[in-house]
Design a protein around this ligand. Structure first.
Ligand SMILES: NC(=O)c1ccc[n+]([C@@H]2O[C@H](COP(=O)([O-])OP(=O)(O)OC[C@H]3O[C@@H](n4cnc5c(N)ncnc54)[C@H](OP(=O)(O)O)[C@@H]3O)[C@@H](O)[C@H]2O)c1
Length: 281
């Protein structure tokens, strides 16, 4: 790829994809709604404003696609964007989907079939839950910081948490031109952990006691709603925890190693890098 557009280019995954490709000499254009002072390769791009698509896709061979998550029907905007990109010469798109999203006629599940249908070379990345959720601004990280508590409805279900740096390395290799493997690209870390086990690792690394409290899906829905999230969306988010409780994320894949040649980073090593002084984020 000569020029790659990274949507969500200032976010957790996108900025890592941009860094990976720039380090290999690829011309990278990052895109998001807000300007990035000093970055002349950044374009203002808004999924809700199709008039911003043409400048973003001009001369672009490959795209890292982070879809609008708050849009109930993202396929409409993404379809228009893909048509503009392919007309401008884009051949390859790496879609950031999720292991928790299955193909469906609407919602985020409509995007994988849409991308495969519209783009000559489509890669759908389905990462498990991000290790990044335990640091920074995510509600899990906020609970750790503010109350020493992680609240979920996952019970003893395990999740093979993944470092977003490993997701970015997979996307980067594919957008650099690596062959797209057949089959589902489920991306996981090296180990599946329950939230009890994850809380123990956080406690050990940060030196601060952190506990996991598992509540019911109904209780979690109410708690998420209390944060200003509409009921249906809160119910959907809480339902993802019920899937975890049922074992949906309790599996390890070799996809990261198969594509990048490197082992994915462990949860402990991720936290040690995020908390070099042994303090909570
Ligand atoms: N967290 C997890 O555990 C997890 C697990 C699996 C999959 N995922 C998937 O990861 C994706 C999120 O990726 P991320 O965590 O890397 O992103 P992120 O850190 O949440 O950042 C979102 C990026 O998108 C941009 N953005 C937001 N709204 C936009 C809009 N309307 N138009 C254009 N750009 C917009 C933001 O910049 P501006 O604000 O400047 O626009 C930012 O660059 C979601 O699709 C989610 O399903 C997450």
């Amino acid at each position: 790829m000569r020029t790659v557009l990274v949507t969500g280019g200032t976010g957790t995954t996108g900025r890592r994809v941009a860094h990976f490709l720039r380090a290999r000499g690829v011309a990278v254009r990052t895109a998001s709604r807000h300007p990035v002072p000093g970055d002349h390769q950044h374009v203002i791009f808004d999924w809700a404003a199709p008039e911003t698509f043409a400048a973003a896709v001009a001369g672009v061979d490959g795209v890292f696609l982070v879809a609008p998550i708050s849009d109930a029907d993202p396929a409409a905007a993404v379809g228009g964007f893909l048509d503009a990109a392919v007309a401008a010469g884009t051949r390859r798109v790496a879609l950031l989907s999720s292991s928790a999203v299955t193909d469906a006629p609407s919602g985020l599940g409509a995007l994988p079939p849409l991308v495969r249908d519209r783009v000559p070379e489509a890669a759908v990345l389905r990462p498990s839950w991000f290790m990044q959720n335990f640091v920074g601004s995510h509600p899990v990280a906020a609970g750790i910081r503010e109350r020493g508590e992680i609240v979920t409805a996952t019970g003893r279900g395990r999740v093979a948490f993944i470092d977003p740096g490993d997701i970015a390395a997979v996307a980067g290799h594919l957008l650099f031109g690596a062959p797209i493997p057949d089959g589902e690209l489920i991306l996981t870390g090296p180990q599946a952990l329950s939230y009890d086990e994850a809380a123990a690792v956080v406690s050990e690394v940060t030196g601060t006691a952190v506990r996991h409290t598992s509540i019911t899906v109904e209780e979690l829905t109410t708690a998420i709603e209390a944060g200003g999230v509409p009921h249906d969306y809160a119910r959907m988010l809480a339902g993802l925890d019920a899937e975890i409780a049922g074992g949906s994320e309790d599996r390890i894949t070799t996809t990261v190693r198969d594509i990048t040649g490197a082992e994915p980073r462990s949860f402990r090593d991720f936290l040690l890098a995020a908390h070099p002084a042994g303090k909570a984020a």
